[in-house]
Structures are given as C-alpha cells and as structure tokens.
Design a protein around this ligand. Structure first.
Ligand code: GAP
Length: 436
C-alpha cells in the first residue's frame, strides 16, 4: 500500500518536473526542503487557480473587497494575534541513532518511525520564520514572515470599512505568500515552508456567524467541484475540539482524498471576534463597527475560508491524472477542466514546411486572442499529441497538407481522442463550444 502511494506521487512529481510544472527550488545546489519553484506550465496553472478564486470571491460579488497587505508586519500584530505564543506544533527528537525530528501529533506509537529509537518528550516549536528589519540584528529588530495572510485583513479592517461603501455582512479577500517553518514536510507540495494562500475574512453580526459558516462551507465545496475535482474525492470534516486553531470557535476542513488518505485542502473557520478584539486591546484603537440604522456599536464576528494555491494545484493534478492503455501503449492524460488547463488549444502543423506554417501561425494567433494556445511543430504528430495529453490540453488542431485545399483542420479531443474535420472559418466557434 505504502509503495503504491509512493508510486502515484512519484509519477506525478516526475511528470511535473519533465513537463515544466514544478521544480525543486535552487535545484543545482541540491534544493531546499519543502520549497519549490513553478515552471512555465505550473505558472499557467497557478494563475488560473488564483484568477478563478479572485473572480468568484471578489469580482462577481458586491460584498467582498480585495487587499494586498505586506508580508512583513509590525511584530505587535503577531503578539496580539496569538501567533507568538500559540502558533506552534509539538516537536520530538529521536534519541536513538538517527536524531531525526518529528511532529509528535503526526506519529503513531512512541518510537522513531525511521530508526525505531526512543523519542524525547514533546516541546512546542513555533512555526514562524524570524528575521531582522534594518541593519542591526538585535532583539528589538525582530520581524516575522507572515504565517497567514489573514492578519493583514484584520489590521486593515477600519481602513477598508472607511474607504469602501460596505456594510456588514461583507468580506475582505487576499491572495499572497505565507511562510511556515513546518517540522514534518514531504508529500511533494502538500506541506510547504513557503506557500501561497487565498483567504477571505467575512465580517458579520455576532450570532449570524453560524449561518454564514454553513453558507461558506457549501460555497467553497461547490467551487472545488466546479474546478473539476470529483465529488467523491472531496468531503467536509468538522474539527474535533483538540484540533481547532487557537483563534477558532469551530472549523471544518474541506478534505481531498490524496494518495496517502484524506487530508486538508481548505480550512473554514469561525474566528468569532477573537482577532479584532485582540487587536483592539493591544493597539488601543477602536475597531468596532457602528450599525448605520441603530447606531449600535460592536465587534463583528468572522467566518474565514482559507485555501492554499499549492494544495489546490496538487489536488487538481492528482485528480486529473490517468494512465490508459490504447492499442497496447500507455497513454498518460491529465483530464484537467478547460478552465484550469495551462493550454486550452494546441495548434500542430503536421510538418515544419513553410506552406503549413503560413496557415497554422496566423490561425494560432487568431485563437490566442480567445484561448490559451500552444504552437508546436517539433517531432512526430503522435509524440506531440502525447505531450499535449500529458499536460492536459483539451483540444489539439492539426493543420495538414489537405488544409491547403479544403481550408479545414482536424480537431482532436484529449479525452475521447475523437477527431473531426472543421472548416478554418468555424474553428474558433467550435473551440468555444467544446471548451464550454
Ligand atoms: N488563516 C487561516 C489559516 O491559516 P490553515 O488551515 O492553517 O488556516 C489554510 O491554512 C490553508 O492553507 C490550508 O487549508 C491549506 O490549503 C494551506 N496550507 C496551510 N499550511 C500549508 C503548508 N505548509 N503547505 C501548503 N499549504 C498549506
């Protein structure tokens, strides 16, 4: 079983490297643990994920505003938010041969999983990365790399309320890098030390938050399915009392069925007025909301859906990956939804002959205005189809010598491999219909 899991993951890791989705960071120096770089196709996929989230959460709604806060914040933020005292995991050391470090709550049993040696008693390890601001490296100049983007929204609550026309309930959304000095890493990009988050803080009347929590759980679940993730690989799991973050009244995870089992994809939390009240107390600034009708003043309660770009990326690839045997040969396909596929349409002239390029190039330029296109005239057509299947391109258009006479091209469907001849003048329309 463990071997199967490893194989499934390793196959994906190797595809990601081979096709330019994901590379180990600073690979020529041996990499750096739990940090990755994204290549040309990875960047395309990440942009789609971010853009689709932003469109859904901000652009298609009247009641959510965007913000981009800085990664470095006044360290008092983390004092107030409780991250300095609470954002930690229990760490144990192997006292046997290997001296490896482990996250105690991830272990089964009380021996080192690597060498079987005894383990130390757990101590709390803070996950925030520390650095110094300014030229002097002293206690007073310590700053942290943010471990979540959420605090940038809480500290800007009054700025956004004062500069937008929003009234409660409303939300603030942000996409940005976060950093966590995770103890146990592994499983490719599942648990990273540098990650990207897409978070939304939804401010509501106290007492209304339970209802909004249900609403956001449903919305978010539907969003993942809309990206093409299979419903039976997704589930919503409420947190037990012992799992909740220090700020949460209640939370649920949207979990994905990874090769190693169910694991968190997105977290949805009821944060109550924990953050605003802590910032009000520590900063001394009034962060209350005034109800325009009644004049009543209160600290809003918060519901927060928080999702990693990287986990979404991983779930999409795992869910889309398939190996199919066609005429005795294995065909690797990423059945990615057209909305997230790095390329939607590939234009493939049958050969490099200039007369074909004279048709194929302008065609690709025309399609580029409406779709994400790739142009490939290298190698055999079979090899090019295989490449496009492997990177998840839903449609491939082949321009051949007949095109010069019949002014038509062959459209090949990635999933069915069905090929149809379409007049050049109708190609854009047909692509539109098929890509949905
Ligand atoms: N502000 C709420 C918050 O930080 P979280 O559940 O710790 O909540 C939210 O993180 C999401 O960020 C997770 O559901 C996951 O998608 C992603 N995430 C968290 N830690 C991660 C890590 N080390 N590597 C990759 N993604 C991570």
């Amino acid at each position: 079983m463990a071997e199967l899991v490893q194989n499934r993951l390793e196959t994906l890791v190797s595809l990601c490297k081979r096709r330019g989705f994901v590379f180990p960071s600073s690979e020529i120096y041996g990499g750096i643990n739990a940090v990755y770089d994204f290549g040309p196709l990875g960047v395309r996929l990440r942009r789609r994920i971010r853009d689709l989230w932003w469109r859904e959460m901000v652009e298609l709604r009247d009641d959510i505003e965007g913000v981009e806060a800085a990664i470095l914040m006044n360290p008092m933020v983390w004092q107030a938010s409780g991250h300095i005292s609470n954002f930690s995991d229990p760490l144990v050391d192997c006292l046997g041969e290997c001296h490896q470090r482990w996250r105690a709550d991830h272990l089964e049993g009380d021996r080192c999983p690597n060498c079987g040696g005894p383990l130390s008693s757990p101590r709390q390890f803070n996950l925030m990365f520390k650095t110094f601001i300014g030229p002097v490296e002293e206690e007073g100049s310590v700053v942290y790399l943010r471990p979540e983007t959420a605090q940038g929204m809480f500290v800007n609550f009054k700025n956004i309320l004062g500069t937008s026309r929003q009234r409660i309930p409303f939300g603030i959304a942000q996409i940005g890098r976060s950093f966590r000095n995770e103890i146990s890493t592994g499983n490719f990009i599942f648990r990273l030390r540098e990650l990207e988050m897409m978070e939304m803080e939804w401010f509501t009347e106290p007492g209304d938050d339970a209802r909004w929590f249900e609403y956001w759980c449903e919305q978010r679940m539907a969003w993942h399915q809309g990206l093409g993730i299979r419903a039976d690989n997704l589930r919503l799991r409420p947190h037990g009392e012992d799992e909740k973050a220090h700020y949460a009244l209640a939370s649920s995870d949207i979990e994905y069925r990874y090769p190693w089992g169910w694991g968190e994809l997105e977290g949805i939390a009821r944060r109550g007025d924990y953050d605003l009240s802590r910032h009000q107390e520590v900063s001394g600034k009034d962060l209350q909301y005034t109800d325009p009708a009644s004049g009543r003043r209160f600290l809003p309660f918060v519901v927060e859906p928080a999702l990693g770009v990287d986990r979404t990326f991983l779930a999409l690839l795992l869910d889309a990956y398939s190996e199919e045997v066609v005429k005795g040969e294995t065909r690797v396909v990423l059945h990615l939804n057209a909305r997230v596929a790095p390329y939607q349409v590939a234009v493939l002239p049958l050969s490099k002959k200039p007369e074909l390029a004279a048709v194929a190039r302008p065609l690709e330029h025309e399609l580029r205005a409406r779709f994400a296109t790739d142009y490939d005239d290298t190698g055999s057509i079979g090899k090019r189809y295989r490449r496009q299947d492997e990177i998840g391109t839903p449609l491939a258009i082949t321009v051949d010598f007949e095109t010069l006479d019949d002014h038509a091209a062959t459209v090949r469907d990635r999933d069915t491999m069905e090929q149809v001849r379409v007049p050049l003048s109708r190609l854009a329309e047909v692509c539109e219909e098929r890509l949905g």
